[in-house]
Design a protein around this ligand. Structure first.
Ligand code: SIN
Length: 528
């Protein structure tokens, strides 16, 4: 990055204004830290506002449901790769975190004083709290943005690189401001809460902001990422013909309330595939839809919600998307197809948000805490963002209280990075690295990305995002090529079975000396 034309200083810089970023910023301000929040768009533009289903949490008022059952469901969905201690900590932290979110003004759907619940894939109980029917993320975002009024919030500011001192400790963040001018935010702590990388694929539920900037920035700063091959595809986005970009989500809660999947002959195809049938974990449903589409040569499957009462009132967001596409879900099945939805992997961080780089923290989708394993349980993501953000702020405050010497000699990663055309990357990832991958396809995708890549110094948002997507494509392909088995969201057609050899293997990725992502270690087994 070029020489900064302006500087500012803080105790903590938070990158991102979704559920994790704003929760952390509010907590940090309450803890007396000088906090600056940067986001590359308007505050509301991240992934959080698009979340529909809700927040999975056990509040103790549903007979028979327990925290242990929520933990067990999370582990069952995660395919044996979850970090069990992280799962327990985050799930058990949920009730208090949701209480604080409500105190900050988020209004969940309720009958009298009792919150309503829905159910989603993989959950053994109705435990998902929701808002505005299917507008949970939008309500959380509204409440947090309102609560954050008065905080130092730099919209239109793009995080480019972590700046470290000669000891390797984070000393600040290089940014491009809303006029494209390079600036330096000096701070001993940077918390990444910048979301995932759904834009790696041509069709995704994610907004245009989800370009993996945070994971790329952390890798360039020397952090480790893991579980990158586990890109979760949501089973049901509204299908309106071939299209690219963000696609309208049809929340799993529609199935939770009784809708069923059918093929174009009207046959229910989830029965017999999994004991929970249409409410199987998301990876199982997405893979089954993909298989059925291939078997029948269809472009989509159908979600039949015609037997549900009050669809328009219960699912206003989905209803509006359907009506816009000329579909009336009260009378006809909704055409659906899977699309890239959530990064189960990310920067390796503990449940307190600490990464391997001193001073660099991560929370929310950008982080891999071990909660999700090979496949995230529905509606555990907003929960993770809330819990880990709060814990990270406590960790940051504790870390900053330890005396340290003033940073000397700032180091910024090399300005020239690999950049490929975004459309080429998205097409290659969609064709070769979606649901159903094999060695030949993954190698072909790598070749396509390689051929499209050149070294460049990004000078604007598009360049920084393209560089992040290029790095993420290389990293996901490296991890997906290494894992020669099928597990969770990672479906290998050439290795279609789960293989116990990989039972405790969480693949870590870091950059080599040339800045290329390589699989460096088996994180859980500790084997290089
Ligand atoms: C959904 O509402 O189906 C998505 C919820 C989630 O991704 O957790």
């Amino acid at each position: 990055m070029s020489t900064p034309t302006w500087e500012a200083a803080a105790d903590l810089v938070v990158v991102g204004t979704g559920v994790a970023g704003l929760t952390a910023a509010l907590d940090a301000a309450e803890a007396g830290l000088r906090v600056v929040v940067v986001t590359k768009d308007a505050a509301e533009e991240g992934s959080t506002r698009w979340a529909q289903g809700g927040v999975a949490v056990v509040l103790g008022d549903i007979p028979g449901d327990t925290l242990d059952a929520h933990i067990a469901d999370t582990l069952a969905a995660g395919g044996g790769l979850n970090d069990e201690a992280a799962v327990a900590t985050i799930i058990r932290g949920g009730p208090a975190a949701v209480r604080r979110l409500r105190e900050r003004g988020a209004l969940f759907d309720a009958r009298g004083s009792r919150l309503e619940r829905t159910r989603e894939g993989g959950h053994s109980a109705f435990r998902v709290v929701h808002a505005g029917g299917d507008a949970t993320g939008a309500e959380i975002e509204r409440a947090l943005v309102a609560a954050a009024r008065g905080l130092a919030l730099l919209t239109g500011h793009l995080a480019v690189d972590a700046v470290r001192d000669t000891s390797g400790r984070v000393a600040g963040l290089a940014v491009l401001d809303d006029e494209g001018r390079p600036g330096l935010l000096r701070a001993p702590a940077v918390l990444l809460a910048s979301g995932g990388y759904g834009q790696l694929y041509a069709s995704t539920t994610n907004p245009g902001t989800s370009t993996g900037d945070g994971v790329a920035l952390a890798l360039r700063a020397g952090a480790t990422a893991a579980d990158l091959e586990f890109v979760q595809f949501h089973p049901t986005v509204l299908y309106t013909g071939p299209a690219v970009g963000r696609r309208p989500l049809v929340t799993e809660a529609v199935r939770g309330e009784g809708a069923v999947l059918r093929d174009r002959t009207g046959t229910r195809f989830m029965v017999g595939i999994h004991p929970l049938a249409d409410l199987a974990p998301r990876d199982v449903v997405a893979a089954a839809i993909t298989r059925r589409m291939a078997e029948t040569g269809a472009d989509c499957m159908f979600l039949d919600a015609t037997a549900l009462d009050g669809f328009a009132e219960r699912f206003p967001t989905v209803f509006a998307s359907c009506r816009e596409a000329g579909i009336d879900p009260r009378r006809e099945p909704i055409p659906v197809t899977p699309a890239a939805h959530y990064a189960c992997g990310g920067i390796v961080a503990d449940v307190d948000g600490r990464t391997s780089v001193p001073g660099l923290y991560a929370a929310g989708e950008v982080a891999r805490t071990g909660l999700h394993g090979a496949n995230r349980l529905a509606s555990n993501s907003l929960l993770e963002g809330l819990v880990v953000a709060e814990r990270a702020v406590r960790a940051i405050a504790a870390d900053l209280a330890v005396p340290r010497s003033a940073p000397s000699g700032l180091i910024v990663p090399a300005p020239a990075v690999a950049v490929a055309d975004r459309g080429i990357v998205q097409r290659a990832m969609s064709v070769f690295a979606g649901i159903g991958r094999d060695a030949a396809g993954l190698a072909a995708a790598s070749d396509v990305v390689e051929a499209a890549t050149r070294l460049a110094t990004p000078i604007d948002r598009a360049g920084v995002e393209d560089a992040a997507l290029t790095l993420l494509a290389q990293a996901v392909l490296a991890a997906a090529g290494t894992r020669r088995e099928t597990r969770g969201c990672h479906v290998r057609t050439d290795f279609p079975e789960r293989d116990d050899v990989w039972q405790r293997s969480s693949l870590a990725v870091a950059l080599d000396e040339c800045g290329r992502p390589v699989v460096t270690a088996d994180l859980l087994a500790g084997v290089a």
